[in-house]
Ligand binder design. Structure first.
Ligand code: PRX
Length: 656
């Protein structure tokens, strides 16, 4: 947390409101304020009754649970005694309905090919791959790493892991070999599933080479399965590496679902925290499934006839919950796209919406800012009239970007759901309900049923309307994380210690306005939000300091037109501070080094060399001042505790 943030000032005061049309409300799954309030109040006053009723009607169980919720935050359990399987709920149960021959996944490769899987076909592939997992000795409870491009085999692998009870750990393709090794090691993964590469902006992004490079530091990994996607050269190691297509050739498709406990670990997903190594957020089976099923239905008003497209990468939580598990559990049609939004040109997304007649479109503010920059001529060339609902996720959306989305993509007709949630929350927490909520640009509006947030001071005291403070959750919910893999102490410390176990602390600052609408103002810890992805300043600092030439480093964010936040690194070299060509060469080297250590997503935007960093008398780096310098603002804050005033002036003069 920054030095001076007990009071968070809000400067945004947006007054426009956009109620849903009568027509939309009439057909919506949740269609009136009364219905919402009744659900919300019931869930608040009687969470076990509320979630229990839905769990019985909306999920298929092998054995009904004994109790809905046990324990208190931080240690809650849901649906104990129950036996269930996520793969069954996403696939098998649809096969006895008219949905069996309906598209489950429509996939488009960057190179233009389209593959469609009906529920029956997807079930077939998943059963086959589940039997491959059996054959390779993967058992319920084992961890499996997936490091794959956005291809159907990724969804198939996830659902097959869920089928046999293996806990998947998906690593986004933008991470480096070192990051894979760290995660393999932390999870003690037994198997890695990857591909030769994937296509992105017309180029092959190699994946298998990174897996190869991670192997030396991944002693737990016994086998690697490789999907052939690009046809690029790969090195296959005998006895360790297998081609997906070879294994699938003689696999049989009769693999039934393992009956798993409600709290069986479904997946680990690593995310950045403010200190130390990435955190392995653990989600379990029944609660997560229930949360993603219901939030998909409520927030996206998801119906069987919809073609729904979430543009996230499955390497992030959004893809887990809202490309794969939530939509498939609902029997919806989910689109999946492999590549870049500007390939072969900046009209790609709009062309795809027109081609597939997409009805619901869910993307990120960082993408919307890019669309705005590329120009209106791209969406204008396409018929977007199939759209009926738009969504955003990942960071606060600024009202002007919201208005552009509303006018240019939604033709002032489609409700926009600005969904606030986190890797840890598993599913959407605060969001408009499209048939109910009058939206305000920039606000994620109101909590969903089952979500009881509050805005509090550092001491946990409640704040009044429009007073900025810390966003907390005062009640547990079924789809919340259960622990940080292998480090329960850190889990308690990170999310619950601040308020003595009473609240879940989200790490975000927010205010609630006089209408009860939430306005999230961003992270209050040392976590950057770069293009909607959380990056720890601490991890980037460690990567920099691991370079032989660096003595000390401090990383801060600064406002960036497209990415939301850019990465600015202040670096104290071990020798003299270089200048001119030598400085440029050193900057390049450090940028490459960080990419190598963490991956392309953490590429620094600025490296500034300095001979000292501003510190308090107790030796803490004054990040607030560095943020001002990185943003080009004069520092107006209190500097009386600064150890060396001259440091500030020197930093301001450093090259970018
Ligand atoms: O700061 C909030 C921001 O993204 C953080 C969660 O990041 P991550 O775990 O990577 O998950 C992103 C996708 C769910 C939050 O703590 N955030 C996410 N959605 C919003 C948001 N900030 C404002 N408005 C949102 N709609």
């Amino acid at each position: 947390m920054s030095e001076n943030s007990s009071a968070i000032q809000s400067v945004l005061h947006e007054t426009r409101t956009f109620p849903p049309s009568e027509e939309f409300s009439k057909h919506a799954i949740i269609s009136s304020e009364e219905q919402y309030e009744q659900m919300w109040n019931r869930a608040k006053d009687d969470p076990a009754g509320f979630w229990g009723d839905i769990a019985q009607t909306e999920l298929d169980w092998f054995k009904m649970y004994d109790s809905v919720m046990d324990g208190k935050m931080p240690n809650t359990k849901w649906f104990t005694g129950g036996k269930i399987n996520v793969s069954y709920n996403c696939l098998d149960r649809h096969l006895t309905t008219w949905r069996k021959n309906k598209a489950a996944i429509i996939w488009e490769g960057e190179t233009g090919e389209v593959r469609t899987f009906t529920y029956q076909q997807l079930h077939h592939e998943v059963c086959k791959f589940a039997s491959v997992l059996d054959k390779l000795g993967v058992e319920a409870g084992d961890r499996v790493t997936l490091y794959m491009p956005m291809i159907p085999e990724l969804a198939i692998a996830m659902l097959a892991c869920a089928r046999v009870g293996a806990t998947h750990s998906i690593i986004f393709g933008g991470f480096s070999a070192d990051a894979i090794a760290d995660r393999n090691h932390d999870a003690q993964s037994k198997l890695v599933i990857t591909a030769d590469g994937g296509w992105r902006r017309g180029k092959e992004v190699p994946l298998k080479v990174n897996v190869d490079a991670s192997m030396e530091k991944s002693p737990s990994v016994e086998k690697v399965i490789v999907v052939r996607r690009t046809g690029g050269d790969v090195n296959m190691q005998d006895g360790r590496d297998y081609w997906w297509h070879d294994l699938m050739e003689d696999a049989v498709a009769d693999r039934e679902c393992t009956h798993l406990d409600s709290e069986h670990p479904l997946f680990i997903l690593y995310t950045s925290g403010s200190t130390g190594k990435p955190k392995g957020v653990l989600h379990t089976t029944a609660g997560y499934l229930l949360g993603t099923t219901m939030t998909s239905r409520w927030v996206f008003d998801l119906k069987a006839e919809d073609t729904y497209w979430c543009t996230a990468d499955i390497g992030w939580i959004t893809g887990h919950s809202y490309i794969v598990y939530g939509p498939l559990s609902n029997g919806a049609t989910t689109m999946m796209y492999e590549g870049a939004p500007n390939w072969p040109d900046e009209g790609r997304f709009w062309e795809m919406i027109e081609r597939h007649k997409v009805n619901i479109f869910y993307t990120a503010p960082t993408a919307i800012r890019a669309f705005i920059k590329w120009g209106d001529q791209w969406p204008e060339q396409h018929d977007l009239s199939s759209l009926r609902l738009l969504g955003t996720v990942g960071e606060p959306i600024n009202p002007e970007a919201w208005m552009w989305y509303h006018k240019m993509i939604g033709a002032e007709r489609c409700p926009i759901v600005d969904t606030w949630w986190q890797t840890e929350t598993g599913g959407i927490m605060i969001s408009p309900l499209p048939g109910v909520t009058a939206t305000k640009p920039g606000s994620c509006t109101k909590p969903l049923p089952g979500v009881v947030p509050a805005i509090v001071t550092e001491k946990g005291e409640p704040l009044g309307p429009n007073e900025g403070g810390l966003l907390v959750m005062t009640q547990p919910w079924p789809h919340m994380l259960r622990t940080l893999y292998g480090d329960h102490e850190r889990f308690v410390e990170t999310y619950f210690a601040k308020f003595d176990g009473k609240y879940y602390f989200a790490g975000d600052g927010a205010r609630k306005d006089e209408d009860g609408y939430y306005w999230v103002m961003g992270r209050v810890d040392d976590v950057l939000n770069v293009s909607g992805h959380r990056l720890s300043t601490m991890e980037i600092e460690s990567a920099l300091v691991s370079h032989e030439s660096v003595a000390e480093a401090a990383v801060v964010g600064f406002p960036h037109d497209l990415k939301g936040e850019g990465i600015c690194c202040f670096v104290i070299p071990k020798g003299e501070v270089a200048s001119g060509d030598a400085a440029v060469a050193a900057q390049k080297e450090l940028i490459a080094h960080v990419r190598n250590q963490i991956g392309a997503i953490a590429t620094p935007d600025q490296i500034r060399f300095t001979s000292a960093l501003p510190k308090t008398r107790s030796g803490k780096i004054m990040r607030r001042l560095l943020r001002d310098i990185a943003a080009g603002r004069e520092s107006a804050g209190d500097t009386t505790t600064l150890e060396d005033y001259s440091v500030l002036a020197k930093l301001r003069d450093t090259d970018e």
